[in-house]
Write a protein that binds this ligand. Sequence first.
Ligand code: NDP
Length: 287
Amino acid sequence: MTANLIDGKEIAKTTRSRIKEDVEQLIEQGTIPSLTVILIGDDPASHSYVKGKERACEQAGITSVVKRHPESFTEAELVEEIRTLNEDSSVHGILVQLPLPKHIDETVVLDEISPHKDVDGFHPENVGQLLSGGEGFVPCTPLGIIEMLKLTGIEIEGKHAVIVGRSNLVGKPVGQLLLNENATVTYCHSKTKDLYKHTLDADILIAAVGRPQMIGVEGIKPGACVIDVGVNRVDGKLIGDVQFDETKEIAGWITPVPGGVGPMTITMLLHNTVLAAKRLGRCNDRS
Ligand code: NDP
């Protein structure tokens, strides 16, 4: 058996054209969806991610503003800027690019973003909404994974989903989303004993660790759907957390790295920005 490839690039392309239509409709109604990204310091990877976000916004017709600041920008200045953006009705989404310089407390900063403009879904109120199944914002990578599963037609209800990794960014929220979709969920992490005992029982396996090819084919249940979130740079090449070549021979479905989960992450940022514009528009209509 050879696995079906889940083509994240293609799914992202289709989803982005749907988002673009939504944007056009909003613009006709007088709202231009707008995202403000705050970028501090000179980290080349962060600059490159932000460029990608700007480009994607532009292609979708979303206004994007990037506020670039030197490494010396203080926590107080950042908090002040976020408060101003929270009050600005022309701004629908606010994103602070992580990681922040060491002198700035990430928790303090993320808590300042209005939950209604928190398109990264990191504010505690949105984390709570995700747990309770309420209407909040969901972090982009986990949301992209669920979209990808649904658009590929992979059944989630009743399936055993095993998540390797329990970060606030990927592992925990993706597990919660799968639970909300009625999967039975197991979380594994660095202290898990006998990892393969768990992964071998996974109908849906999500690998979100950040260790190149750490999950071998001997840890995969034949026919499973394997979602590889890992992005590891080895000898200038990007590779995932799963041994792709061997696993694709026995899995039912598999995402490649690159070209799997990655393209869906920015797509979901566009989705969340449009959602914020729609919701804030509804609030303004009521006031
Ligand atoms: P973190 O480093 O925050 O979390 C890694 C997780 O893996 C932790 O929960 C850790 O466990 C667990 N872990 C570490 N070693 C082992 C092990 N030997 N066995 C089992 N679990 C282990 O990473 P992120 O969640 O932020 O990211 C994970 C990967 O996904 C990275 O490669 C990152 O680059 C990629 N990524 C890709 C995105 C995309 O758009 N494609 C977006 C975001 C991330 P513990 O909690 O016990 O320490």
